[in-house]
Design a protein around this ligand. Sequence first.
Ligand SMILES: Cc1cc2nc3c(=O)[nH]c(=O)nc-3n(C[C@H](O)[C@H](O)[C@H](O)COP(=O)(O)OP(=O)(O)OC[C@H]3O[C@@H](n4cnc5c(N)ncnc54)[C@H](O)[C@@H]3O)c2cc1C
Length: 636
Amino acid sequence: MKLDSKIPSGPLETKWERYRSEVKLVSPANKRKFKVIVVGTGLAGASASATLAQLGYQVKTFCIQDSPRRAHSIAAQGGINAAKNYQCDGDSVWRLFHDTIKGGDFRAREANVYRLAELSVNIIDQCVAQGVPFAREYGGLLANRSFGGVLVSRTFYAKGQTGQQLLLGAYSQMMRWVAQGQIQLFPKREMLDLVIVDGKARGIITRNLVTGEIESHSAHAVILATGGYGNLYCLSTNGRNSNVSAIWKAHKKGAFFGNPCFVQIHPTCIPVSGEYQSKLTLMSESLRNDGRVWVPKDPKDKRSPSEIPESERDYFLERIYPTYGNLVPRDVASRAIKRMCDEGKGVGPTGYAVYLDLRDAVKRDGRDVIEKKYGNLFEMYEKITGQSPYEMPMMIYPAVHYTMGGLWVDYNLMTTIPGLFALGEANFSDHGANRLGASALMQGLADGYFVIPYTLAGYLAGESLSDVTEEHPAFKEARLQAEEHIKKILSLKKGHKTVDQFHRELGRIMWDYCGMEREDERMKKAKELVHELREEFWENAIVPGDSNSINQSLEKAIRLVDYFEFAQLVIEDALHRRESCGCHFNIRYQTEEHEAKRDDINCAYVAAWEYSGPEKSETLHKEPLKFEYVKLAERS
Ligand SMILES: Cc1cc2nc3c(=O)[nH]c(=O)nc-3n(C[C@H](O)[C@H](O)[C@H](O)COP(=O)(O)OP(=O)(O)OC[C@H]3O[C@@H](n4cnc5c(N)ncnc54)[C@H](O)[C@@H]3O)c2cc1C
């Protein structure tokens, strides 16, 4: 199969406008006849559901949580980018586009990213109209702050709860249509498989997480907005319910997987504290606006941070990267922190932490101002660690946070399966090898509010789709397979290790062997270790309970089985990429200053993997990336 990204012709600045003028439309009367499935109610899914329902489509929306409002998006703290240039500090659509391409280490498509930057301004207007309470300046204008990797202030925020407020906006729009019957909402449902009829996505199989019932749902198109797969590493900043299963199942049915090894490690997380921790907590990147990252100059210095004078502190990000200082992109900051700790300069009981200090900002602006900006983050930190960041610098260490990889999609956000779309973090599209802070919310909402309404219409108007109901043999077969799979997992009754134990071990392997720094021999070893662990799982795991009621061990086991398979693809992708770029740092490819060394001649492509069958190596397809508008440059 030849990959076709379907990028419209013409100048970059007018591609999307032209696309919108030329795309086929569905008449209002016909829209009512089309059923669309949306899996996921985070920002991408909720915004898509609301907009498609508003347009007149019959929408069926699914999520794992008991309420759509509990999708992982609610955890987003720091903000959302938009090229409004309210600060008059030189921002523009072009600059946001350029920063995003450069921040992604030149591994994203120009056309997609330019569209994202263009749409960013509409998102803010839409959200304000919905009543999202963005922070404001004294005079009433929306306030902005800076995020890593940029030199302008373009991040709109609502304290440290931006995701929550944006999600409440999208959720309320969605619920309006639920109330009117235009959206049928299915909470507590987990998609187990995708159903394909005549080569097109025509529905899904779900499990009711309360009753255990396996259900079939047919539609004319399926949209996956199921978020990221950071929990492959077990410990991550993602919500515990974030998982890879929906997109992995779609992948096994023919959707190519783009850049799976691009996993972002965020520099400012609360360090791991013990064996039985189930997740890690992010301290928003926004804190790097006012916080300074440092370690004692003398690695043997064990004094309390407040006793260490200025002259004996190493503000290493400011020292190594004078232009961006504490606001260097995430991958750069994460690796610098790791290096400090590996050199024995880390602080705290484990030595795997550095200080993030807001002392100077409190002195400069006063406690009130800092509290207004970051109060809830400070509270969260104090609740978890027992220490107040007003009195002691926070301790931070990098952790898995976001996945740039995802289902490969073309400009229409359609996967390689006709009729199957992927939005938000579930697709690979816009962030290249490293996402800039505050750009995920922007992408999720751009995809859901502004892109999918056009591209879905283009697909539906151009296809003649036969009537397919849940009685079709393809549904019966997929359903049967799902039931058999669950039966097999539930037969694991005599083992001695819990699903959580296996997940922790898998995460440890991935973190140690295919995490922040990668090396060929270790990655090859990781493949063996994952294989052995998977074998052991089928011999020695215990999955208690049955499938007729709430059974979280079963839910976790279903996801873990997918992670075992998916882990191999992540490692394979990391192994094949003969360069370092963004988050993917293979120690073989680095500059003398330990920066990622790209190979633009041989590696400027998207790796799109095609499933070839159980236990078989996947087939690699390469989508070349052409840079006609930005000049490739080293990111340092
Ligand atoms: C702690 C934290 C803070 C962040 N802060 C920011 C920030 O300040 N700014 C920013 O831009 N980005 C931030 N991000 C990233 C951002 O939050 C996410 O990328 C974004 O919210 C993802 O949205 P989404 O709609 O794609 O998916 P999600 O919000 O993850 O939603 C996924 C949905 O899919 C459903 N789902 C998943 N699998 C299935 C299945 N098999 N069956 C049925 N339903 C399923 C879930 O129930 C859920 O409803 C942050 C991330 C983290 C972890």
